[in-house]
Design a protein around this ligand. Sequence first.
Ligand SMILES: Nc1ncnc2c1ncn2[C@@H]1O[C@H](COP(=O)(O)OP(=O)(O)O)[C@@H](O)[C@H]1O
Ligand SMILES: [Mg+2]
Length: 282
Amino acid sequence: MVRFIDVTKVYENGAEALKGVSFQINDGEFVFLVGPSGSGKSTVTRLMTAEIAPTGGRIMVNGHNLNNIKRSQVPYLRRTLGVVFQDFRLMRNKTAWENLAFVMRVVGSSPHAMRKRIPYVLDLVGLSGREKEFPSQLSGGEQQRLAIARALVNNPEMIIADEPTANVDPSLSVEIMELLAQINDLDTTVLVVTHEKSLVDRLGKRVIAIEDGRILRDEMGGYYHTAPEEETDEDFDRGELGVDEPEDDADEADDFEDGAAAEGVEENGAEDQADEGEADEG
Ligand SMILES: Nc1ncnc2c1ncn2[C@@H]1O[C@H](COP(=O)(O)OP(=O)(O)O)[C@@H](O)[C@H]1O
Ligand SMILES: [Mg+2]
């Protein structure tokens, strides 16, 4: 479970990346984090992995209180998280199998455990039979699927994928997103940062939209659930993926609001849960 309470982040250069962000992600959820470039999305993911520390507010991730986490505890936090990067970050001089074995060895897994787990995750991501190949022998989409297998191989509670399709052929983006949804169906919590509006709408999951360091909305069902007065925001350029959208049709926006948005809005507030967050403070 992830919980941000009024989190702020000011970088050393004075950039206010987050200006009071609160949300909760429960175990088993699939959440998209969307927003324009520079809005603070990667700051959220880097806070979750304790790569950076918050300036203010409180952060809990999978039972760890990140406000006062000890350096020695960070590896244990990270074992609960599988991270997928937009540039894959595979080891180029290692085969697919070795890329996965490496991260299992780091957490002390036995060769026996590796022989069981690695074929399972390779099969899950559709790379069975490719274990002897090097990253350079795989396509961009296949490299990202291998990176997803690596994120999964130590059986984390949650996958965090920061723009996982940014360097993947657009025609293969859909299969990456569907793979992440399939992984979620197997009970791993998934957070995906993305600009892929059409895919977000297609999957119909919870969407947290962030802009200028603040949460703009947090609801079920799609990327374009902006209030009518926000529809003209240039940063959410509807035409980007070639979707033919009318520019000035207010009814269109209203229809959208009346549909999935009204039905499926969830309370994602952090206030109403007494849970591990409090327990840890004791
Ligand atoms: N390491 C950093 N040092 C200073 N400013 C940063 C740093 N990382 C991000 N920022 C700034 O914080 C804001 C949010 O950045 P980021 O979280 O990377 O946004 P996003 O991932 O949504 O594009 C931007 O204004 C960015 O320039
Ligand atoms: Mg980013």
